[in-house]
Design a protein around this ligand. Sequence first.
Ligand SMILES: *[C@@H]1O[C@H](CO)[C@@H](O)[C@H](O)[C@H]1NC(C)=O
Ligand SMILES: *[C@@H]1O[C@H](CO)[C@@H](O)[C@H](O)[C@H]1NC(C)=O
Ligand SMILES: *[C@@H]1O[C@H](CO)[C@@H](O)[C@H](O)[C@H]1NC(C)=O
Length: 526
Amino acid sequence: MGFNKIRLLGLCSYLLCLSFFIVVNAVNEERSGIGDGTEKGFVFIHGKSFIGKIDDDFVCATLDWWPPQKCDYGRCSWGLASLLNLDLNNKILLNAVKAFSPLKIRLGGTLQDKVTYGTEDYRHPCTPFVRNTKEMFGFTKGCLPLHRWDELNSFFEKAGAKVIFGLNALAGKSLQTGSAVGPWNYTNAESFIRYTVKKNYIIHGWELGNELCGNGIGTTVSADQYASDVAALRNIIQNAYRGVEPKPLVISPGGFFDATWFKEFVTKAGKSVDVVTHHIYNLGPGVDEHITERILDPSYLDGEASTFNSLKNILRTSATRATAWVGEAGGAYNSGHHLVSDAFVYSFWYLDQLGMSATYDTRTYCRQTLIGGNYGLLNTSTFMPNPDYYSALLFHRLMGRRVLAASFYGTKKIRAYAHCAKQSQGITILLLNLDNSTTVQTQVALRFTKQPYHRVKDREEYHLTTKSQNLHSQIMLLNGNILSVNEDGDIPPVNPLQVDPSKPIVVGPLSVVFAHIPDVILPACT
Ligand SMILES: *[C@@H]1O[C@H](CO)[C@@H](O)[C@H](O)[C@H]1NC(C)=O
Ligand SMILES: *[C@@H]1O[C@H](CO)[C@@H](O)[C@H](O)[C@H]1NC(C)=O
Ligand SMILES: *[C@@H]1O[C@H](CO)[C@@H](O)[C@H](O)[C@H]1NC(C)=O
């Protein structure tokens, strides 16, 4: 395949490759444009077939349980962002979720395996988490009262969210050194699920456990035991949702990828599991001072590809129909890093992750968090969108279900992804420029177009930048204008620039560009 040849490289020079491709736009021939700080590049797109398929609602975000007393490195970044205390009447919150219609929201996190549900048959007081350093994860058990569950569901319904609920997988297990043993006691979870069904709350998926696979965080559960616990969950769902269609997805294990553990789990869980979830914190601890450098280093970003690829191969070679999701990804663990994971620079990591995971057939990608910690899409105290909120929204609106093979010829500092366009014709290309001084004039070269290419419609471009190239700014500009909510708490419209399609796509230093080319019709997209 021509595309792989380019990838493996050496096999053909780009000029030779170009003879197989159709170039749809030209580099500015006016010499004045090219000079110091300007380079040319090509994005090659293979148009015959798609290489992956994402869910329509691929973009997902999480809500967590951490109470205000959760602190990391002397910083308490959770405020009132817990499922137990988040202000569900906030207008910006509602509008921010509504703007996706729908946004997948995964409810879970470290404390999920210490949550009890205040159902009628739960014969203990329903009290919140209490800080206790002697306890695993630094907190006691905490309880979700049913009236709060009602409020949450009323919010999700109003906002049009698709909910994934992470159940406590440690219930009934005994904690021994390093591992949790014995079968899952699902009594409390089953009552909770039955209550949810009785109330007609729509749950998109029930997930079992958080970071208990492989080596585990805090403790671990063997793949063999996990597979039988998931089979029990499937059974409960089959029974509780009798006569209800479609049934919620059964999702697991929601932890760090470990090839041996995942292979055994997928094999033994068989048909019990619909979605296999893994978590990504590949940038190191939040306290680290070098997160920004890692994000801007293309070879560092490439490092995560092997995980996506390995999981894809496990699913492909196992007798399972399960698909892969990233169930939680915050980049930097222990709540992220203020003015890094809630600032402009994080969009390079985040959008690269969305693009890369999609090429390996990841169907959904949940960002830690929607709100809370230092990595929220929304500011924990003001609810104002951080830069990554807008990145998520543009990805969601512009990148369609079918993922195309795209590769960039030119500087290594450009990351390129392409999908069939969403809800419109053509394709959308995502370009990330990690370089702080070079502008890249990008030509688009296509292999296998459906029909002779006629440039008719304008290209629609969305350029994301930050103020004065300050990577640590929490302000994002779209096509030169600051994005901000108005006094009524409305999310601003995200409108494109109309660009002459014969011109190159100009990707400025430290910028992100989404380019929608409406009249490129590829067999892969039709
Ligand atoms: C399971 O948990 C419930 C409380 O939710 C308890 O009443 C029951 O005894 C437990 N079952 C076993 C087998 O431990
Ligand atoms: C939230 O927004 C305010 C106002 O812009 C800002 O001062 C503060 O640093 C932000 N908080 C976080 C955690 O980003
Ligand atoms: C631009 O990036 C290089 C590293 O790629 C760095 O050495 C230099 O200080 C940066 N310049 C500015 C103005 O940030």
